[in-house]
Design a protein around this ligand. Structure first.
Ligand code: ATP
Ligand code: ATP
Ligand code: MG
Ligand code: MG
Lengths: 164, 172, 164, 172
């Protein structure tokens, strides 16, 4: 069991570093056991070296930097052990405009191998989606309208069956 | 596996029967003003996936039933339609092909009396049946890494080393 | 002491309701003692009736609705007992674009009687400010540039002493 | 009372001497990319206002001193310049007039040895002197309602009824 864990751990740690470097263009991340070479002893720790800064434990990062680190980990875990569907609610709340765009791009890339349902308040995020569900509330009741991004204005109705 | 559509009946802020979807097999966005009901859509999925009421931001299942000045139904029901697909090459207009006969649906009804009933393909089932069926299709509900609730994302990377174990060790 | 508290409490409760109605255009808020008429017994509770919806305890609200309620309370408290300076870091993270604009407008109004230093990632917020401090980081070191909103491009240097 | 400007010397991500301001007496915005140093500006004010290191997101005062591959100074210092003003009518180009002789400054220096020194108008002072001086000018540091840190705003209205008392009773 320990060897399986350590093999999996190595794959994830390597992928996390790769994802974080891609997402932050120059930052670096390390997933390390608290006790060297023994993840079972005290668990694992995530250290981040944001772009051009010294290595830091994650508590010392800004809100946006923590968000990017978390998402790099989620994508790394997906690479190691994929899940078919992801639900994400306002993952970009703490991101500046350029990071909102960047993370939306990464989700779009990941969406080639999994289905994503993403809630966001940031316009830059919606530029990347394939399909949108617009929600509004009138007199205390929510209404939903599904629209295809490529055919804006063409609503998608399940019983009308277009486009699937 | 993909979710094709979800039907909300008197669930939280959704009065009557509301259909969301057909979804894309790739990236779907849910947008709208504050308080319009976006997170409630996620709660609808958690509800069908047999998560406790506390995780759906309510203390009791009865609170999930829609109530407003114009409407006080006795129960709420959510139905999720799934299908298995095969990806098609990029030049294909649809992008995927549905695996013949792979469609299935999971539903859950909650009453104002706090009762809860599950259905698979519209036939009554137990909660264990549902979690088993979902696991068969690749959705493992024992860990939560496919789910990032509002306000949670910053904490994922900050999780303490040993516990909670979901973070890394739990699922390896 | 109790009478002073109750008098102050009434002023704040009234102002909170007024502020929340203004901010949400149709919503309603009530600050009430847990034990009726006795705020000292068990403290106070904030209930919210968002626009066209039934009264709810604050835990049942969405992220954006909680933010608006909190800010209505902060503005109500300022009316009752003003402070000269306010520091606010990303108060609009959970707000949709129209609420970002609306809250920025309210801060601008409150800024007639107090100085505000507001950090935000949302462009709609910066449309309302009188002066901006732009921060960037190069090689791990932060740099700041202060610019007057009316004279965009005119940097404000303390030693150059313009505009004050 | 208004803050005219703030000077950061080797404080957190600010290397060397950096001046922010002159601020508007009304609404000032701080903007920049994630991780650029915006919240660190608020930390600088908290630091001068004698808040504990824990509130400034650090465990020890020594961690507030700037460190990077190019620069490892021995201490950090923050200076805030205040002035009392009188509002002028809207047609006035400046919008306010400074009260003659009302300018004052508060500074604090922190060393890598965890030492901490306060200054009022560049003369050494105690932490008690500083909190007293600020209170004289209307900044009461015993409650925090003039300060909303990153991630805190949603909790303000959700504070439990009786405790923590800052919420309502504490300051009446
Ligand atoms: N059982 C119910 N009946 C009617 N309305 C309900 C019920 N449960 C919750 N609501 C309403 O749903 C609203 C919250 O919806 P939700 O959390 O989905 O908003 P949201 O779109 O995610 O907003 P935000 O962008 O602020 O996060 C609340 O205003 C609440 O009053
Ligand atoms: N003593 C220090 N020396 C050098 N850099 C530091 C020091 N303390 C903190 N930092 C850096 O400051 C950065 C955080 O800055 P800050 O929290 O102000 O960012 P921010 O602009 O508020 O970002 P966000 O928009 O994501 O909240 C971190 O990357 C951290 O590495
Ligand atoms: Mg929400
Ligand atoms: Mg910040």
């Amino acid at each position: 069991r320990r060897t399986t864990f350590e093999a999996g751990f190595d794959v994830i740690a390597k992928k996390l570093t790769e994802m974080y470097q891609m997402i932050t263009l120059g930052g670096d991340a390390r997933l390390e056991p608290v006790v060297p070479n023994d993840p079972f002893e005290k668990g694992v720790n995530l250290s981040i070296r944001p772009h051009e800064k010294p290595w830091k434990p994650i508590q010392h990062l800004s809100g946006g930097e923590k968000t990017l680190s978390s998402l790099a980990l989620v994508f790394a875990l997906h690479h190691y052990k994929p899940t078919p569907i992801y639900f994400m609610d306002e993952i970009d709340a703490a991101l500046d405009e350029s990071n909102v765009t960047r993370i939306a791009e990464y989700v779009k890339m990941q969406a080639r191998s999994a289905q994503f349902l993403v809630i966001s308040l940031r316009n830059n995020c919606f530029e990347k989606v394939d399909r949108m569900v617009g929600i509004c509330k009138r007199q205390g009741c929510s209404h939903a309208l599904t629209v295809d991004a490529r055919e804006l204005g063409a609503t998608v109705d399940d019983d009308i069956d277009m486009p699937p | 596996l993909m979710i094709r559509k979800v039907t909300l009946e008197n669930f939280k802020s959704y009065s009557g029967k509301k259909i969301l979807g057909t979804f894309s097999h790739r990236m779907n966005g849910i947008l709208g003003p504050n308080g319009s009901g976006k997170s409630n859509v996620l709660d609808a999925f958690l509800f069908v996936f047999a998560k406790k009421a506390r995780k759906i931001r309510m203390n009791r299942v009865a609170e999930l039933v829609h109530h407003s000045s114009s409407s006080q139904p006795d129960s709420a029901k959510v139905t999720v339609d799934f299908q298995e697909i095969v990806d098609m090459p990029d030049d294909d207009p649809v992008g995927y092909r549905v695996v013949e006969g792979s469609e299935f649906r999971i539903s859950r009804r909650a009453g104002k009396d706090n009762s809860s009933t599950y259905y698979i393909n519209d036939r009554q089932a137990t909660m264990a049946n549902v979690t088993h069926a979902l696991r068969q299709h690749g959705i493992d509900l024992t860990h939560n890494r496919f789910l990032i609730l509002q306000g949670e994302v910053e904490q994922i990377a900050a999780m303490k080393p040993k516990a909670p174990n979901d973070h890394d060790e739990g699922f390896l």
